[in-house]
Design a protein around this ligand. Structure first.
Ligand SMILES: [Zn+2]
Length: 179
């Protein structure tokens, strides 16, 4: 209809029929049920995931996209070769890490607010809540457990918002003090 502003979520789903299931929004499985501030990181994720799927072949569909504990969660199913699957997981890790430092309302840099229902918000949209305490040095640190050659391997990375990328962090350089 003329004059109706289309929702970015509907446009995203339509722009990436290779990644999203078709159906009536917003009930379609995998619908991007997140706030407007995360539009940009969802678009970045779709660009990266499409590239990975097209490069390596296989199938991919989002099964659920939601906010949980203040950050985005992107779930999918499909069949991808190991390299493609790893690239998809990297794209999803980047999106989830970016959501953890991006206001879900406006997209500006944000922090985790609580207590109770956790939200990632900027100062303007924190609804008068309190910043969740973070240990100095632990900002934007993500731990990831992977099975490599049958061995459990813990990776530690820091998300860098300016470059939208991870840098590996040597676990021994983190001052994790036991109380
Ligand atoms: Zn905001």
């Amino acid at each position: 209809m003329a004059g109706v502003v289309r929702d970015w979520r509907a446009e995203l789903v339509e722009s990436y029929p290779d990644l999203f299931r078709s159906g009536d929004p917003p009930r379609v499985q995998g619908w991007p049920a997140v706030g407007d501030g995360w539009r940009d990181l969802m678009q970045r994720a779709c660009v990266r995931i499409r590239a990975a799927v097209q490069a390596d072949g296989g199938t991919f569909k989002f099964t659920q996209i939601k906010e949980k504990f203040g950050s985005a969660r992107l779930y999918w199913d499909g069949k991808l070769p190991p390299e493609g699957a790893a690239q998809v997981e990297d794209a999803i890790d980047l999106a989830e890490a970016r959501s953890a430092c991006t206001c879900e309302v406006c997209g500006h840099e944000g922090r985790l607010y609580g207590p109770g229902w956790l939200l990632t918000r900027c100062d303007a949209h924190n609804e008068g809540r309190q910043r969740e305490p973070i240990r100095p040095g632990m900002e934007n640190i993500f731990f990831e457990t992977r099975i490599v050659g049958g061995q459990r391997e813990v990776r530690c990375r820091r998300y860098v918002r300016e470059t939208d990328s991870f840098v590996d962090v040597d676990l021994s350089t983190l001052e994790i003090e036991e109380d």
